[in-house]
Design a protein. Structure first.
Length: 297
């Protein structure tokens, strides 16, 4: 059975990847801070020697690199940390893959684009407007430079169930269930992506042994405010508690965000021979698999 190593398995995507890929492959999850998988192996991707040793010992055929520094504002204020994790960490993983001849699937982001146009295709020129996007782009460049056999899978606004950490969707659910108002930007557009859907896409990329850059997100372009309303509607929560604001008025953000970083998924749909779901379909799937600990009290 083919062995797959997953970095960042303590995070949302990494945990879902571990569960979904394990249905067909032998999966070895790795983490750095807090494991969510019983058999997870500790691996600090910023430590070159640790990465080389761990990858060599596990000897996977494929590495799915989902580990990253994703706090956009902290990446802006703590640039050394962001560079160490997203750039040097990715370079270490890429070099580790090359040393043993493993395929690398690198999970990147819509934030490599400037957001001036939206509906970006794989061949469009990246131009990040914040340090998070810049570090993820530098990671892409290392992957392309070092690994002959690689996939760069760009995604957008990941959401889903995680046992510890909240994300946009679960934060909206939590706040509305507790009767709290939430301000959400109405002029910030993305392609919301259910983590289980992305894990399914990565499984198909593996099965078809594809190479190159793919936009792997939900199929629908949507502003965050409308997305929050969809979440409220799906989970039977009070939509009037969701209040629209403009990006320029949101003082909590430190880093600049691209206005419209939505992704075109036609290439992935065509080569994988699938129809990627819209927001309604994904949220309904999320609702169907809601863990007991998230049930409304």
């Amino acid at each position: 059975m083919k062995r797959i190593l997953v970095t960042g398995a303590g995070g949302l995507l990494g945990s879902r990847l571990t569960d979904i890929l394990s249905r067909k492959y032998e999966v070895v999850p790795t983490h750095n801070t807090q494991p969510t998988q019983a058999r997870s192996v500790k691996m600090d991707i910023s430590d070159r020697d640790v990465v080389f040793r761990t990858v060599s010992q596990i000897s996977p055929a494929i590495v799915v690199h989902a580990g990253a520094a994703t706090n956009v504002d902290r990446c802006e204020t703590d640039r050394d940390w962001a560079w160490r994790v997203n750039v040097e960490g990715t370079r270490n993983v890429a070099e580790g893959c090359t040393r043993i001849g493993a395929k690398l699937i690198y999970v990147s982001t819509d934030y490599v684009f400037d957001g001036e146009r939206g509906f970006y295709r794989e061949g469009d020129k990246p131009k990040p407007v914040n340090n998070y996007g810049l570090t993820k782009l530098r990671g892409e460049e290392y992957v392309e430079e070092i690994c002959g056999d690689h996939v760069i899978a760009r995604t957008s606004v990941l959401y889903g169930w995680h046992p510890i950490k909240l994300n946009f969707a679960t934060r909206v659910i939590d706040m509305l269930r507790n009767g709290r108002e939430i301000n959400v930007v109405s002029d910030h557009y993305n392609s919301p992506t259910f983590a289980d859907v992305l894990a399914d896409i990565i499984l198909r990329l593996i099965e078809k042994d594809l190479k190159g850059v793919y936009h792997t997100s939900g199929s629908e372009r949507m502003d965050r405010y409308s997305f929050a309303l969809k979440i409220a509607e799906t989970f039977g929560l009070d939509e009037t508690l969701v209040k629209p604001v403009k990006m320029d008025d949101l003082k909590a953000w430190v880093a600049r965000r691209p206005r419209d970083s939505s992704l075109c998924v036609e290439k992935a749909e065509g080569e994988l021979q699938i129809d990627l779901p819209d927001v309604d379909e994904s949220l309904n799937r999320m609702k169907r698999i809601q863990p007991a600990k998230f049930d409304a009290k």
